[in-house]
Design a binder for this molecule. Sequence first.
Ligand code: SF4
Length: 309
Amino acid sequence: MQRYQECRLCPRDCGADRAAGQLGFCGETAECRVASYGPHYGEEPCFSGTRGSGTLFFSGCSSQCFFCQNHQISLGHHGRAMSADQLHASAHQMIRAGVHNLNFVTPDHFWPHIEELCGRLRAEGATLPFLFNSSGYQAPEMVVRYAEWMDIFLPDFKFAEPDLAFVCMRDRRYPELTLEALRRMVAAKGFLEPWDPEGGALATRGVLVRHLVLPGYVANSLAVLRLLRAEFGPLLPLSVMSQFQPVENCMERRHLDRSVTSAEYEQVCQAVEELGFRHVFVQPHGGDAAFLPDFHRDSPFRGNTRRSG
Ligand code: SF4
């Protein structure tokens, strides 16, 4: 709990005394809250496999992007408090169900809880990969700590343009901070392996970078790709996503208030090819609507219900 006093877990560095019940910029106190957990089939095939990725979706977020596709939990803070034992029990339940990995979604602001949980599970003999699924907006110096427990990093790289980052999440430093965090993730774990675009071989270790194409911002996507290519070369594994859907905030602001056109997505995919990236997941245009979440439902993803049913 000490690490939640004067909290410096993320680049906001806001110093909130979360242990005393104060809310940080991430909108959370030291009470660990989870919006949903269970086997999830909406990740890339090398994580979802046939038995699902064991996701724990944490409430709150240090990024606070206004267009967040998980806005009900990141901005709306939907979720319920879980004790360390309850977290442990939920992880165990998924492991018993046979999930291929434990997938911690937006874990950075609850890292002390997660670190403890990982230690406990490893001490009990859990061998499945642990996956850090994040916005990319991480304090670079924290990455080495994450890497002590995590096998796989699945960070976003959302913005190459500082001004766009500022408009969306109020921090111009996103591109430089994220690039540095990615450098450290790659240094610690290497690229995702084994690489199997069909997902027959499940991922066990390494880094896969995600990029969500934003409507009207193809230039940002191209700049992201160029930065990644220059920094990591053509073998960096990428997931280029077309699934953006405008949420209520987008409509209110009249910004990012439509989905991505097929022409925009194709332009980005063409750049992926021209830059020579070889290990890439792409999506059907618009993604799969069955995996648009509604965290107010018992099972937030209709696609998961379909699988389990
Ligand atoms: S994790 Fe939350 S409380 Fe801690 S520094 Fe970041 S925004 Fe502030």
